[in-house]
Design a protein around this ligand. Structure first.
Ligand code: ATP
Ligand code: MG
Length: 362
């Protein structure tokens, strides 16, 4: 059984290094206690690195990322540092393209005690996963759409190859969740198949994949109705899978339901590689003060352990991921040790220490 895992660690910019430090401290502690090995290798990349060297994602960092079992990334980019064409430094997007990370995984969780803008009915819990296709769709012509004086065009691309990989991933995830006692083994395709032929194609590929999974159920929903249901009955969702732009918008709506960006983790997954990172950015406005919320980063690290453990058939690693998630959720739910963005007064280190203390009970 695989017991040694190489992790490429990108501390990044702004609050990035401040939230990565407690996350790697926790990971090292878990591995030491359970007897598996995590080789954590720091990789330079980001806006500060670009300002110093003229490179935002050095080849050596790319090589380490390619060779790693997983990539743990905090946040990259600073509004003050830009490429000559004026766009922001975003090596995370370069990684997504280079490693073909087609599935953006955004878990949305509201559990007892957690602050949310929703009026939660008694006994309901929100626990679903939004999967956003991350390499094509309406982002396909990103940065190179055609613009003349009088009109502008972008292309929406849906390919059979990527969609088949995406839907296969979605149904496997629904299966894993069901086996773990979360979710009911249901996948919803979110599209706009009534208006666009590209989405009718997307839906037909979804249906072909659904037909292979007799043990799971599926349905379709239009994206506009889905936005309504995010607010009215998100407890009914299990696994949702959608196109890039729709997923971009719905994932921020999901983070809003969870009570903010500071608690929203994510993963970008391909066939051979995966990046785990919080949904939020580098928050330069609070960098250097030791007050950034580390929970989204720690929850991303937990997702990484669960994913690596399942993939490598190492149940100890997967179980540590589930424990770390449960411990972090317990701290958020109790609400005694929260950072400023969640209405508390804890420092980054105090919040991380509370998770370590909660791990003992999980
Ligand atoms: P990006 O373009 O990289 O997504 P952004 O400008 O959209 O970045 P963020 O960097 O995510 O935004 O920050 C948005 C706001 O949320 C900021 O005011 C920031 O202080 C706050 N914020 C984001 N992440 C955290 C965190 N982990 N802890 C506390 N506050 C945070
Ligand atoms: Mg943003």
């Amino acid at each position: 059984m695989k017991e040694t895992f190489d992790i490429a660690v990108f501390p990044g910019d702004g609050i990035g290094p401040e939230i990565m430090a407690p996350a790697t401290r926790i990971l090292k502690g878990l591995a030491e206690n359970a007897g598996y090995r995590l080789n954590l290798q720091d990789c330079a990349a980001g806006a500060a690195h670009y300002a110093q060297t003229g490179e935002s994602l050095p080849e050596i960092s790319m090589q380490v990322a390619r060779g790693a079992d997983a990539i743990l990334l905090s946040a990259m980019g600073l509004p003050s540092v830009r490429y000559p064409d004026g766009t922001e430094i975003s090596p995370q997007i370069d990684l997504r393209k280079a490693l073909r990370l087609f599935a953006g995984v955004r878990p949305v969780r509201i559990f007892p005690g957690q602050k949310t803008p929703l009026a939660m009915p008694e006994g309901k819990e929100v626990d679903f996963v939004l999967i956003r296709e991350s390499t094509e769709g309406l982002f396909y012509t990103q940065g190179c759409g055609e613009v003349t004086e009088n009109e502008a065009r972008e292309t929406l691309l849906i390919t059979r190859e990527t969609s088949e990989l995406l839907f296969d991933f979605a149904f496997r995830l629904a299966h894993e969740r069901k086996a773990a006692g979360r979710g009911r083994g249901h996948v919803t395709c979110v599209d706009k198949a009534n208006v666009f032929r590209a989405f009718a194609f997307f839906r037909s590929l979804f249906d072909a994949e659904a037909a292979k999974h007799a043990d799971l159920t599926s349905d379709h929903a239009y994206v506009d109705a889905t936005a309504l249901w995010f607010v009215q009955k998100p407890w009914d969702f299990d696994v949702l899978v959608t196109e890039n732009m729709f997923g971009d918008i719905l994932s921020d709506l999901g983070a809003g339901l969870m009570g903010g960006l500071g608690v929203a983790p994510s993963a970008d997954i391909g066939v051979d590689h995966a990046v785990f990172q919080p949904c939020h950015g580098s928050a330069p406005d609070i960098a250097g003060q030791g007050i950034a919320n580390p929970f989204a980063m720690i929850l991303s690290a937990a997702m990484m352990l669960e994913w690596m453990g399942l993939r490598a058939d190492n149940p100890t690693v997967a179980a540590d991921g589930a424990r770390l998630r449960a411990a972090t959720e317990a701290v958020i739910g109790q609400g005694d040790v929260l950072t400023g963005d969640l209405g508390g007064r804890a420092t980054t280190e105090e919040a991380a220490d509370a998770v370590i203390a909660a791990l003992e009970a999980h």
